[in-house]
Design a binder for this molecule. Structure first.
Ligand code: IVH
Length: 673
């Protein structure tokens, strides 16, 4: 066997295997993008070597044979698949070829490609009589009882004179919120988590007991119709008439469809849908571009597996598979031990991902990801990258579940998880890991804003034995810093000046910088305003603190405990002696230029963390809510902004600012000229 023939064999076996995993077991082992790559490679080989194709190649079929769980249903008209275009060039090549082949003018109709599962609904005299999955395209599974539990699928068409028989085709899907809700419930019950809305829709539909399906919030979009003798018998000449008929018959039709005349317009539609894909309540993985004229469709015909008159423009993948090289634990400023995945770097969702948080012990256990596993990594929109789960079939033999370490990786002290809490902590206050994080946090922009004192410098100073808490910063001298590597005279002077300047920061910044558990930037502002002086906060009992509007009992208790600790008192004493300002509500120090204004921040800013930007807004009297509304004063947009916030801002005509504009806004309270 030649090398090529062997590769084709190998690809065929892999594709068949993944078809079964995806279509029958609802447990895909590789991402759609990786699957598509296998199919493309096999297609390319078969195109160059037609002798290798044979009738049995999976490139001819669609999906997998139906499982034995449901009664098989023969589709009267096969349910075909679609060819894919993975780039604008491929899309244009398809359109040019089609315009060449067609006998007359072609216009296009674009629809969203819903990421669910294809469904055939048979209506006789207007009544739903049978619902079937696609299966292998010829034979599907009878899922009528389950489909009847879906509210948006009408049992009867709302037509005065319904046709004797029509078959409606469309996509069953699970809205993102329902998927998240379902996974929350699954987690609570200790049950298996679904990888994505598509899998959970498939899993919910493939239930022997329709009562279970009924508890899953499934929905449906109709996108096609077939009738005996063709829909032309119903007088249709264009696909848009089909969509209008479906909507008129009471079926849900996705409203985003659009008729376009040129390839350029189609291209622009695809790009804009891609940009806004996360604004929708459901997932889409591309745009389906179809020929609008039904007689053109007839002329163009189909290949063995897909029509020539339609193509799926696929968005770049947001899920990829990669190797999980290891699971490490990082120690935060409060001692929180957070597990994170070290991944073989993979390009996904527009950037290369090498690290991803695993949140806490329970998340790792639920996902059961283990070092050495092949895992699915997801990065959607401006969401932080996430490890979805392992590909269990590719798990190395003899691997064992990962166990959360019992000791802190930095100081070796015990890691403690309290009953009823999901987080684990290093309880050693002197842990160098915690200390570094506390110091770096103290110096950060949302806190004391000490320019030039980032994490690396903090590590350097701590390792040189110069600082162990925030109080020590204020006794650093020229002589201390002069001898350190990388500290030229000028940087010594700059750092000392920056430390000096920080003494006058508002109380809210100081409070935020102390890294008191549960007390975030907003709480710091509220507390500073209400109490006016650090001494007053220190002296207050938990009830007095909780009486402050906006401070709950958890924060109050935590603040009280913080100041009750001897260690913390020592640090505060150092600050006091160094002349750090402990007084003053934020209002008296920072002009309240944003009073009554609401400023939304989205995306990553270069010079500010999200927390810092929000504190900058709230300490000036403004609000920084998580969503845009018509009362939003301005929206500050960084790298990779949330598409929904951006669109909302645009549609409501709210001013959009970049980082420079944000600086002007903070300074003046007004929009930049
Ligand atoms: S038309 C012969 N329209 O994508 C053409 N399909 O990869 C039949 N899909 O099997 C499909 N949204 O499950 C069409 N607006 C849409 C669609 C759509 C999602 C799915 C469908 C199909 C698969 C092809």
């Amino acid at each position: 066997m030649t090398h090529i023939a062997r590769r084709a064999e190998e690809l065929r076996a892999q594709i068949e295997h993944h078809n079964i995993a995806y279509h029958q077991l609802d447990t895909p082992e590789i991402s759609d993008a990786d699957y598509d790559a296998l199919v493309r490679e096999l297609r390319a080989i078969e195109a160059d070597h037609p002798e290798l194709a044979g009738d049995l190649s999976p490139t001819h079929g669609v999906g997998a044979a139906p499982s034995a769980l449901f009664t098989p249903v023969q589709h009267r008209v096969p349910m075909m698949s679609l060819d894919n275009a993975f780039s604008v060039e491929e899309l244009e090549a398809w359109a040019r070829r089609l315009e060449r082949l067609a006998d007359g003018p072609v216009t296009y109709i674009c629809e969203l490609k819903i990421d669910g599962l294809a469904m055939s609904l048979l209506y006789e005299k207007g009544r739903l009589v049978r619902a079937a999955t696609r299966g292998d395209g010829r034979t599907g599974e009878d899922v009528t009882a389950n489909i009847r539990t879906i509210r948006s699928i009408p049992a009867g068409l709302t037509l005065d004179n319904p046709p004797d028989q029509v078959e409606v085709r469309g996509e069953v899907y699970m809205p993102v919120a329902a998927f998240e809700d379902l996974n929350r419930r699954q987690a609570e019950a200790g049950a298996r988590l679904f990888a994505n809305p598509r899998n959970s829709a498939a899993g919910s539909l493939r239930q022997k007991d329709p009562a279970i399906t009924a508890t899953r919030d499934l929905s449906f979009w109709a996108y096609d119709l077939s009738a005996p003798g063709g829909v032309e018998r119903m007088g249709f000449v264009q696909h848009s008439q089909t969509l209008e008929w479906l909507a008129g018959a009471g079926l849900p039709v996705n409203p985003e469809w659009k008729v376009l005349t040129t390839v350029e317009e189609v291209h622009a539609y695809c790009v804009s849908r891609q940009e806004h894909r996360h604004d929708l309540a459901y997932e889409i993985d591309g745009v389906v571009v179809k020929v609008q004229e039904l007689d053109r469709r007839r002329e163009l015909g189909s290949t063995s597996h897909a029509p020539r008159w339609a193509i799926a423009y696929k968005f770049p993948p947001e899920e990829r598979t990669t190797r999980l090289n290891g699971i490490m634990v990082s120690i935060g400023k409060s001692g929180k031990a957070t597990p994170f995945a070290q991944l073989e770097p993979v390009f996904v969702g527009g950037s290369t991902v090498g690290l991803a948080t695993l949140h806490n012990e329970d998340q790792v256990r639920l996902k059961d990801v283990r070092p050495g596993d092949t895992v699915i990594v997801r990065k959607a929109g401006d969401v932080i990258p996430e490890v979805v789960g392992p590909v269990e079939s590719l798990r190395p033999k003899g691997s064992k579940p990962w166990v959360f370490p019992t000791n802190c990786p930095v100081c070796g002290g015990p890691l403690v998880r309290l009953d009823g809490e999901s987080d684990t902590f290093c309880t050693n206050f002197d842990c160098p890991g915690q200390r570094i994080q506390r110091l770096a946090h103290f110096a950060s922009r949302g806190a004391m804003d000490i320019e030039g004192l980032g994490e690396q410098r903090v590590i350097q100073l701590a390792q040189a034995g110069l600082i162990s808490d925030a109080g020590d910063l204020y006794s650093l001298t020229e002589a201390d810093l002069g001898g350190l590597e990388g500290f030229a005279a000028i940087s010594v002077a700059n750092l000392l000046a920056a430390i000096e300047t920080s003494k006058d920061r508002p109380l809210a910044n100081l409070l935020a910088g102390l890294a008191i558990r549960h007390l975030g930037s907003t709480g710091s502002v509220v507390l500073a305003r209400a109490m006016g002086h650090l001494d007053a906060i220190e002296a207050a009992g938990p009830e007095e603190l909780a009486a402050v509007d906006g401070i709950g009992p958890t924060i109050a208790r935590s603040v009280h405990e913080f100041f009750a600790s001897e260690r913390n008192r020592v640090v505060i004493e150092k600050l006091r002696r160094a002349g750090v300002s402990l007084a003053g509500p934020a209002g008296s120090d920072v002009p309240q230029v944003l009073a009554g204004k609401s400023v939304v921040v989205t995306g990553t800013l270069e010079g500010w963390s999200r927390e810092e930007a929000e504190l900058a807004i709230t300490s000036r009297g403004g609000k920084s809510p998580g969503s845009v509304s018509k009362t939003t004063f301005a929206v500050v947009v960084g790298e990779a902004p949330g598409a929904s916030k951006l669109t909302k801002a645009e549609s409501l005509g709210r001013p959009i600012l970049d980082e420079d504009g944000f600086a002007v806004l903070l300074e003046t309270g007004e929009l930049p000229a």
